[in-house]
Design a protein around this ligand. Structure first.
Ligand code: NDP
Length: 275
């Protein structure tokens, strides 16, 4: 299965379709990530707070896949802020992953109650300049929080936000596009909390002889977003990867675009409420 690469605003390449490990049990992570790598994924999205970086690292080490063929993202959790603590947290993540650098390091949430993220963001830039992270970005910085980051003049390579057909985050997406920041869509399948198997998506899936999840993944890819659907099941890992081969028409993309219900479509946390 050929997975397209996108070029980030710092010139680096990123596989557009990867594998996410939120809620993957730490005890199961090595096996599940091994399955994902065997299925053909080369981009893994984890986070310190998932407590499964060790399992990701063990699976990578055991795979024998050359490091430069893999793209690994991890994220700074909300209780780690400021220069020294951010450096320490990143060191801990690298140690758990067994890696000398990650491909992408993100501030996980804006945590507005904790004050300005600027010192932390500038520290990520320093860590990037030192080679510990090839690219840096933010997560859950929607149009309310991205401006403070942009004002530093250090432009994130990506913004990872909740995004799926009923919650398309148009204000954040258009602000990111103005700065050539790629959107990574988390919860790309609606986290299993939305029934996307009927309606316009179901009709497209039936016409093309593919699954609803493959249609949704193909829609993200056709829209220029990066996605990393999570599944514990090998057959779904393969199904989701095969979503990259699904060809949607412009009318199909428009029909899914029309499913947006704005803020009412959110299925997970509002960044304003996450501390
Ligand atoms: N930055 C952030 O704040 C956040 C980032 N993320 C990242 O985004 C990734 C993806 O988002 P996530 O929250 O996991 O949600 P997803 O939208 O990827 O949905 C995962 C759910 O969908 C099910 N599923 C997967 N494939 C299929 C399929 N083909 N057909 C039917 N159901 C399927 C899974 O079940 P099963 O496992 O049983 O197959 C699971 O219940 C995360 O793993 C994480 O890396 C996620 C949340 C927040």
């Amino acid at each position: 299965m050929s997975i397209p690469d996108l070029t980030l605003n710092d010139g680096r390449s990123i596989p557009q379709l990867g594998f996410g490990v939120f809620k993957v049990d730490p005890a199961e992570t090595e096996r599940i990530v091994t399955d994902a790598l065997e299925a053909g994924y080369r981009h893994i999205d984890t986070a310190a707070v998932y407590r499964n970086e060790e399992g990701v690292g063990r699976a990578i080490a055991a795979s024998g896949i050359p490091r430069d063929e893999l793209f690994v993202t991890t994220k700074l959790w909300n209780d780690r802020r400021g220069a020294d603590d951010t450096r320490a947290a990143m060191g801990e993540s690298l140690e758990k992953l067994g890696l000398s650098h990650v491909d992408l390091y993100l501030i996980h949430w804006p945590t507005p109650a904790a004050g300005s993220p600027v010192e932390t963001w500038e520290t990520l830039a320093a860590l990037r300049d030192e080679g510990l992270a090839t690219s840096i970005g933010v997560s859950n910085f929607d149009e309310r929080y991205l401006p403070e980051i942009l004002a530093t003049g250090i432009i994130p390579a990506v913004d990872q936000i909740e995004l799926h057909p009923q919650f398309q985050q148009r204000p954040a997406v258009s602000l990111a596009a103005e700065h050539d920041i790629k959107i990574e869509a988390w919860g790309p399948l609606g986290q299993g909390k939305v029934d996307y198997s009927g309606g316009a998506i179901g009709e497209i899936a039936e016409r093309l002889g593919v699954s609803w999840a493959q249609v949704v993944i193909a829609w993200h890819l056709a829209s220029g977003r990066i996605v990393f659907p999570k599944s514990n099941r090998r057959e779904r890992m393969e199904e989701n990867l095969a979503g990259a081969a699904v060809q949607l028409t412009a009318a199909d993309v428009a029909a899914i675009d029309a499913l947006d219900t704005g803020a009412a479509g959110r299925v997970a946390s509002d960044p304003a409420e996450v501390s």
